[in-house]
Design a binder for this molecule. Structure first.
Ligand SMILES: *[C@@H]1O[C@H](CO)[C@@H](O)[C@H](O)[C@H]1NC(C)=O
Ligand SMILES: *[C@@H]1O[C@H](CO)[C@@H](O)[C@H](O)[C@H]1NC(C)=O
Ligand SMILES: *[C@@H]1O[C@H](CO)[C@@H](O)[C@H](O)[C@H]1NC(C)=O
Ligand SMILES: *[C@@H]1O[C@H](CO)[C@@H](O)[C@H](O)[C@H]1NC(C)=O
Ligand SMILES: *[C@@H]1O[C@H](CO)[C@@H](O)[C@H](O)[C@H]1NC(C)=O
Length: 612
């Protein structure tokens, strides 16, 4: 919407100077939500009242239960509706709020001078643009600037209110209490020399030994290890794969070209042809990194993502989504602070599109505890809506094992020691990817913490956990309860035994060869294993589409029932993190490597593609 800019902005400023002009509401204001600021943030001064904020208002959805029922039916390989994914319009119709909900919220906004109310196609989100001080009056709150340890500043609040009669009609309004900014899950030891893991053994299989170098893994190694080698895509006109970028990250074409020339020459055209989408002012760029960008140390993540995907999934068309709203570094508190909330912006933008790729990879996440439950629930619901339309969302499981070193404490003021799960990895409607290293056998990825020239570098370990918020979904009941039972009382009280456990599967995630700013290096993380896994499943979809079948869609029900047989079980390693050895990697499913790493020919067969 357009806020009636100058007049109302002026009015808002004048109002703040004197007594706030009375907010009109049918019922008194009552606090709707309170949430602690994460420990990594320091509260600074009041946010600049004149800064514009894009408020996203999540209206109570009409029939989310029914949407979830459809999602389960079309994703369960034993159900007669398996593969009959919903259209965008069908999803919209299911979640569209009741008329009363929209009317009451609109009435409240209009009575308070908000004229231009922007709806999405499902009408379950309203977006309004207004000055922060106006938002403060509307939500009876105050925004402050909060500075993250890394210097990044955002404007947020720790509580907000609504007229009582609207509480049942609005699930969430952001940006308010969500400090989610989704750090990239690339453990960037870019500047650190790769080291052969102590447990490394030379692969016994000669073809793997010939192409796999543990301190610089390449597309040739992945194709051999996971056996996509020799597969030629047949349905690239019907298929595609997407990946998301935040925080100013942008995949660099000339770096991708250098990478593909060296490691997958037949795919080199992908460097020029991957399509970029700019959402909410997200960056678009065809040329190399500028000097400033390289000094800001940006695009390691985006380069890794596009190179991991294009190295394995060629000729599948690639879509890159860059969502704006969060410049990477704002060292000066006087500069305008960021107010926007890019994750909702991205998923809501995606749901507006009528054609979306069957696979989307995301390598960003953050501790659940930095995010209010109402936000997590709504974002996770939006992911379910994407799943119902037949898209697999892969998310990385995080790079700090159970939660990093010396950082496993609650935010709630009590500072209680416990394991710290990540979101969106913990959302049941995404497929979460952990990381491995070495080849025969592969084991969970781990590199200990250390001091490098006086600077502490945290450990790298495949992200592992049990959600404190989302219950364990039925499809993972058997394997997860068995794993938890076998743990006995180990780590009792430090994790939620009944929570959604992750990851679901894993792939290589240590020392990926990649190019950045014209130079070759290596980079590690579940940020690497996730786009690689996504790329391999894009090939499974290719085989399915080429045999006239539907793509896999929301993967988990299939994975836990059938697809796990197409994964190589990983049985070695620990989760690490939180100053303990952590959960053990075991035979069968475990919360460090899930069911294991892809075996492409088996996955294709299990998926039901013939002719492979
Ligand atoms: C070695 O690995 C390759 C590629 O994964 C596979 O095709 C071959 O069968 C393996 N050879 C043996 C002896 O296991
Ligand atoms: C393995 O990769 C490293 C870079 O990390 C490189 O120095 C080394 O020469 C490579 N080894 C082989 C056998 O290619
Ligand atoms: C590069 O950064 C400097 C210092 O922050 C700034 O003054 C300059 O305008 C930037 N140049 C470009 C081309 O963005
Ligand atoms: C990036 O590459 C340019 C051109 O080679 C170089 O001048 C610049 O110093 C590099 N930046 C970094 C941070 O290495
Ligand atoms: C890193 O150095 C700091 C300060 O010298 C020390 O307190 C810490 O224990 C060291 N950490 C590791 C992992 O060696």
């Amino acid at each position: 919407m357009r806020f009636l800019a100058s007049a109302l902005l002026g009015a808002a400023i004048a109002a703040q100077a004197a007594v706030a002009s009375p907010i009109r509401a049918r019922s008194p204001y009552v606090m709707k939500e309170e949430h602690y600021a994460p420990r990594e943030y320091t509260k600074l001064d009041r946010a600049n009242g004149e800064s514009a904020v894009h408020l996203q208002i999540g209206l109570k959805q009409g029939n989310m239960k029914e949407l979830i029922r459809h999602l389960h039916e079309v994703s369960d390989p034993d159900h007669e509706r398996y593969g009959q994914h919903l259209s965008g319009d069908e999803v919209d119709d299911l979640v569209r709020p009741k008329k009363e909900t929209s009317e009451l919220v609109e009435e409240w906004l209009r009575e308070n001078g908000v004229e231009d109310i922007g709806y999405n196609s499902a009408k379950d989100w309203i977006t309004i643009h207004l000055p922060i001080e106006f938002a403060e009056r509307l939500l009876d709150t105050e925004y402050h600037n909060y500075k993250h340890e890394d210097g990044h500043i955002i404007a947020r609040t720790t509580h907000w209110s609504l007229p009582r009669h609207l509480h049942a009609h609005i699930d969430t309004i952001q940006p308010t209490t969500s400090f989610f900014r989704g750090a990239a899950n690339a453990a960037t030891w870019v500047e650190m020399a790769p080291e052969v893991p102590a447990s490394y053994k030379k692969p016994s299989n000669g073809s793997i030994a010939a192409v796999c170098n543990v301190t610089s893994v390449t597309p040739e190694c992945f194709a051999t290890l996971y056996q996509t080698k020799g597969y030629h895509t047949k349905a690239s006109n019907k298929n595609s794969i997407g990946f998301t970028n935040y925080l100013g990250e942008i995949p660099i074409r000339p770096d991708t070209e250098l990478f593909l020339k060296k490691y997958r020459p037949e795919a080199v055209s992908s460097a020029k042809t991957f399509k970029q989408y700019s959402i909410d002012g997200g960056p678009e760029q065809d040329g190399p990194l500028t000097l400033n960008q390289s000094l800001e140390d940006i695009s390691h993540e985006a380069n890794l993502d596009v190179q991991a995907i294009s190295g394995i999934s060629w000729k599948t068309p690639i879509f890159s989504y860059s969502t704006g709203g969060q410049p990477p570094f704002i060292p000066d508190p006087a500069t305008p602070t960021n107010t926007n909330e890019p994750y909702l912006t991205w998923v809501n933008w995606l749901l507006q599109q009528r054609n979306i790729p069957p696979i989307i990879s995301t390598s960003y996440g953050e501790p659940e505890q930095s995010i209010p439950p109402s936000y997590m629930e709504r974002v996770c619901n939006q992911f379910a809506m994407v799943g119902a339309r037949g898209t697999t969302l892969f998310f990385s499981s995080g790079d700090r094992g159970l939660g990093g070193t010396n950082t496993c404490y609650t935010n709630d003021g009590t500072n209680t020691y416990k394991f710290i799960p990540d979101f969106p990895a913990s959302c049941p409607y995404v497929t979460t990817v952990g990381a491995t290293m070495n080849f025969q056998p592969e084991e969970s990825a781990y590199r200990p913490s250390r001091n490098v020239s006086g600077v502490f570098r945290d450990l790298y370990a495949s992200g592992s956990g049990f959600s404190d918020y989302f219950d364990r979904p039925a499809w993972q009941d058997n394997v997860v309860s068995e794993y938890v039972d076998n743990l006995g009382d180990l780590y009792d009280g430090l994790y939620n035994k009944d929570g959604r456990a992750y990851p679901d599967l894993a792939a290589q995630g240590l020392y990926f060869a990649y190019f950045w700013n014209g130079t070759e290096g290596t980079i590690s993380g579940t940020s690497a294993s996730t786009p690689l896994t996504a790329g391999i499943f894009a090939l499974v979809n290719d085989a399915l589409l080429a045999s006239g079948k539907k793509q896999l869609g929301f993967l988990n029900p299939w994975l836990y029932k059938k697809g796990y047989k197409g994964l190589t079980d990983i049985t070695k390693g620990y989760s690490h993190g939180c100053n303990v050895e952590g959960f053990p990697v075991t035979e069968g499913w475990d919360p460090i490597t899930g069911f294991g790493t892809p075996d492409f020919p088996k996955l294709v067969k299990l998926a039901g593609a013939h002719g492979y």
